[in-house]
Design a binder for this molecule. Structure first.
Ligand SMILES: Cc1ncc(COP(=O)(O)O)c(C=O)c1O
Length: 267
């Protein structure tokens, strides 16, 4: 199963736990930090499937126009499974994210979503999958072993959350304002190479000019100025020592304060 590097670490860990070989495919500026037909075609050996996330964790990058159907068509032709993790849909700062759900060209795709991000209900443990009919029974059996049923209270709350568009959109506007603050300020603190944050609430930085030991760099940042970020080794087995991820899912005041401390720290 192919996953992007950098990518969400749980993909690798879950695939490993299930005994599925995980093929980490390097992505970067040339492919807009996403798995594309080009990057996948270059993989040596046979793939059984592909996991994509647009917007992505940790980069926030998105597949651009037409790339979702293109990927879906490619997977169909190869006879392999497309898994589209659409958990950050709704948190986008330009155009909306394209879904693989309901595409004629993606009859075998699995679509993953959750109330954790756009609906900000992370602790409520509720999500959903769109899958082809022939998988429904297997997933039902698996679910019986993993969690039996989604929490009833969470389902009631989630129904109410569908009616909170005004508040939810205000949150997205807040994430965008936070992103804009950091995109303007981080280069002044020496973080000049940032991946495009098209959505989600992350900024992924190439810090190769500042360190080749991102865990130590992040630990020092936390200890010395109280700013937490995630070292790239969590997301990328190849380049992770020279990258890190900032999250901006906080208040604007925290972004401004963090940027101020980072600038003083890097002076
Ligand atoms: C890309 C991606 N997929 C899935 C998840 C899992 O989210 P949850 O288990 O809260 O629905 C996360 C959480 O950070 C994520 O970033």
């Amino acid at each position: 199963m192919a996953v992007a590097a950098p990518g969400y670490p749980a993909y690798r860990n879950i695939l490993q736990a299930l005994g599925i070989e995980c093929v980490s495919v390097p992505v970067g500026p040339a492919s807009h930090w996403q798995l594309t037909v080009e990057t996948l075609s270059a993989v040596d050996g046979h793939l059984d499937g592909v996991v994509v996330a647009s917007p992505s964790n940790p980069t926030g990058s998105m597949l651009v126009d037409g790339q979702v159907p293109e990927l879906a068509r490619w997977c169909e032709t190869q006879g392999i499974r497309l898994v589209s993790d659409e958990i950050y849909h709704g948190i986008t700062f330009g155009h909306p994210a394209a879904t693989a759900a309901g595409l004629d060209v993606a009859p075998h795709a699995i679509i993953i979503n959750s109330f954790s991000k756009y609906y900000a209900m992370t602790g409520w443990r509720l999500g959903w999958m769109v899958m082809p009919d022939d998988l429904a029974r297997s997933v039902e059996c698996l679910a019986q072993n993993l969690f039996i049923s989604p929490p009833t209270l969470s389902q009631v709350a989630a129904e109410a959350a569908f009616d909170c568009t005004h508040e939810l959109e205000a949150r997205v506007a807040g994430y965008k304002a936070n992103r804009d603050i950091l995109v303007a300020e981080l280069p002044r603190a020496g973080f000049t190479k940032l991946a495009p944050s098209d959505g989600a609430f992350y900024l992924y930085a190439d810090v190769s000019e500042l360190t080749d030991d991102s865990p130590q760099f992040c630990a020092r940042m936390l200890a010395e100025i109280g700013v937490a970020c995630t070292p790239g080794v969590d997301f990328d087995p190849f380049e992770g020592k020279r990258t890190l991820r900032f999250s901006f899912a906080g208040s604007a005041a925290h972004m401004i304060e963090a940027a101020k401390r980072l600038k003083a720290w890097r002076r």
